[in-house]
Design a protein around this ligand. Structure first.
Ligand SMILES: *[C@@H]1O[C@H](CO)[C@@H](O)[C@H](O)[C@H]1NC(C)=O
Ligand SMILES: *[C@@H]1O[C@H](CO)[C@@H](O)[C@H](O)[C@H]1NC(C)=O
Ligand SMILES: *[C@@H]1O[C@H](CO)[C@@H](O)[C@H](O)[C@H]1NC(C)=O
Ligand SMILES: *[C@@H]1O[C@H](CO)[C@@H](O)[C@H](O)[C@H]1NC(C)=O
Ligand SMILES: *[C@@H]1O[C@H](CO)[C@@H](O)[C@H](O)[C@H]1NC(C)=O
Length: 522
């Protein structure tokens, strides 16, 4: 082999190899779906030979893989009511959602600072070294002082919560409020003037609320645990160079991102595994196909009132497909022959079964990504948060039909089921998007791992940060320049008008003088 080629290969190998790093992964959001997403990334890091210590609310079944340690922020799920109140969530508006969400974040913070788990981590030797911290920055800013405690290793921020506008701004991008719909609205990227006005208000309301109300309250909570002398949370956030977010260029509306915001949407989706024997048999035998029905990890179907449950069951009784319903508890009604209820179902593997025809879903972000990956259209019943923007996006692309869960009746359910099962357009569209999603240079997880290791290799991501990050909004949008130009134009216009008026006045005056002279001479 050519000597030059060998040298090039060696150099490339050194540049791409990373020592086995010691990584702290902090996930302060108490939500099983956040954990599902974060643990996939953590396991990816472990497979690359790193040692991962995860601070989380979600326990894992033993035995844990080698080089994986969980430090449990224990007790939050016992405190919170076992499942969420659907009616309260359904009455949320985009405006009320903002304080609700951040207050919930503060509630979790207040809990976290009292946990044994946090004490365990803080009791690590003073000189214990983490080479890098991965931090789920969706909420939980009161734990930022941990970064200072471990003497500021590089931090990679992540969020499973799509790409919230506040983080878009915090990491240095524009807020595209004119064509990026707020996550808790049912707007699409094409908005009427009224929608654009409302979207602007939602986006800036959240930005102001987070920066001036939430962060100052989070600071107070953090000071109680970490001491009065902690660095400001904003400063700690500014030191994070990179954000990995849960959007994808094929699945979400196209927007321009700066190089330090990396889309890794759907990193949790994977090829289906073998199903448990009974389910495999049920699905294999489903000659008319099958439907999966699940309201996600936070909600249980037994929170639905009896009338709605009856409406679902009556509609299911009228169709030939098998319905697999993840119910979350035991049902008391008599079931139609084709309805099968389970406390838990392997969602990804069922979505991947060739006989599956339709997914009835709460349209959570992870579920939506999995359905598209497997090419399954959705009958969507959003309940809160990003589910609303997800259904709008899916419906806009004709990958889904929206049903208002407040208004469920037998007639509506039956009509929509028939439409989705008999009209091939949804199935064909979602197959196309599935092909697009798979046709990318890298899988989302590989992209995430590459960029985390890039930060490990170079110790920072600051070289990818746009200067816009430190500029106030008015400068980014050149509002001051526009104001000066507008002022100049106004002055110029006034000046010209003044001269014209002056000239006209002089001319009139002269004409009158002439007339007077003429009349005098007459
Ligand atoms: C575990 O982590 C250590 C140190 O980070 C590393 O040297 C070792 O190769 C890892 N072990 C495995 C099985 O990945
Ligand atoms: C791996 O993480 C565990 C738990 O934080 C820690 O005790 C151990 O020292 C780490 N191993 C290495 C090689 O850094
Ligand atoms: C928990 O449930 C109880 C009874 O169902 C209710 O009174 C209480 O308000 C709930 N608490 C929260 C925090 O939602
Ligand atoms: C459902 O019923 C079975 C058997 O009656 C019982 O073992 C199980 O705990 C019940 N599950 C729930 C969630 O109530
Ligand atoms: C409920 O559904 C009916 C029938 O489709 C419709 O006419 C009505 O406007 C819906 N109401 C709400 C609140 O969505």
């Amino acid at each position: 082999m050519n000597f030059k080629i060998i040298i090039t290969l060696i150099v490339a190998f050194i540049a791409n190899s990373v020592f086995s790093a010691n990584i702290l992964y902090v996930t302060p959001v108490a939500s099983p779906s956040h954990h599902v997403w974060n643990r996939v990334l953590a396991f990816g890091l472990i497979e690359r030979g790193h040692n991962v210590t995860m601070l989380t609310h979600d326990a894992e079944k033993d035995p844990l893989p080698k080089n994986f340690t969980i430090i449990l922020l224990e007790g939050i799920y016992q405190k919170r009511n076992a499942s969420l109140d659907i009616d309260a969530l359904l009455s949320q508006t985009p405006m009320s959602n903002v304080p609700d969400m951040y207050n919930w974040g503060l509630y979790v913070c207040k809990h976290d600072i009292t946990t044994k788990g946090l004490a365990t981590l803080l009791n690590y030797p003073a000189d214990f070294k983490f080479d890098l911290i991965v931090f789920d920055v969706t909420l939980g800013q009161c734990l930022y002082p941990l970064i200072e405690r471990f003497r500021d290793p590089p931090v990679v921020a992540v969020t499973p919560f799509l790409l919230p506008p506040v983080l878009l701004r915090t990491f240095g991008n524009n807020l595209y409020s004119s064509y990026m719909p707020f996550y808790n609205s049912q707007f699409t990227n094409i908005m009427s003037f009224k929608e654009r006005l409302l979207n602007f208000i939602y986006v800036y309301y959240e930005l102001i609320y987070r920066n001036y109300v939430f962060l100052s309250r989070a600071t107070e909570i953090a000071k109680k645990r970490f001491g009065e002398n902690i660095r400001s949370l904003e400063e700690t956030e500014r030191k994070m160079g990179m954000l990995l977010c849960n959007i994808d260029i094929m699945l979400d509306y196209p927007i321009a991102l700066p190089p330090n915001i990396i889309p890794i949407g759907g990193l949790q989706v994977k090829a289906p595994k073998e199903l448990p024997k009974d389910l495999q048999e049920i699905l294999d035998k489903a000659e008319h196909g099958a439907i999966l029905f699940s309201l996600g990890t936070n909600l249980r179907a037994d929170n639905l009132d009896l009338n709605k449950r009856k409406a679902f069951l009556d509609a299911f009784a009228r169709i030939p497909q098998i319905v697999l319903w993840k119910f979350g508890s035991n049902i008391t009604e008599d079931l139609p022959k084709n309805v099968i209820i389970r406390n838990w179902l392997p969602q990804n593997d069922i979505l991947g079964h060739p006989n599956l025809k339709l997914f009835i879903s709460h349209v959570g972000t992870l579920s939506t990504q999995e359905a598209i990956y497997h090419g399954i259209p959705i009958l969507g019943m959003p309940i809160f948060s990003d589910q609303k923007v997800n259904i709008a996006k899916m419906e806009h692309r004709m990958l889904a039909i929206y049903v208002d869960i407040k208004n469920i009746s037998f007639e509506i359910m039956y009509e929509k089921l028939i439409e989705m099962l008999n009209n091939p357009i949804y199935y064909n569209n979602v197959k196309k998007v599935s092909e697009l999603y798979r046709d990318q240079p890298q899988a989302a997880l590989d992209r995430a791992l590459f960029w985390i290791e890039h930060v490990l290799r170079h110790g920072t991501a600051e070289h990818l940060v746009s200067v816009a990050r430190d500029m106030p909004s008015y400068k980014i949008n050149n509002l001051d320049v526009l104001a000066v130009l507008a002022l100049c134009l106004t002055l110029l216009y006034s000046f010209v008008m003044l001269i014209l008026t002056g000239l006209r006045f002089i001319l009139t005056f002269r004409r009158q003088n002439k007339k007077q002279k003429i009349s005098k001479t007459k």
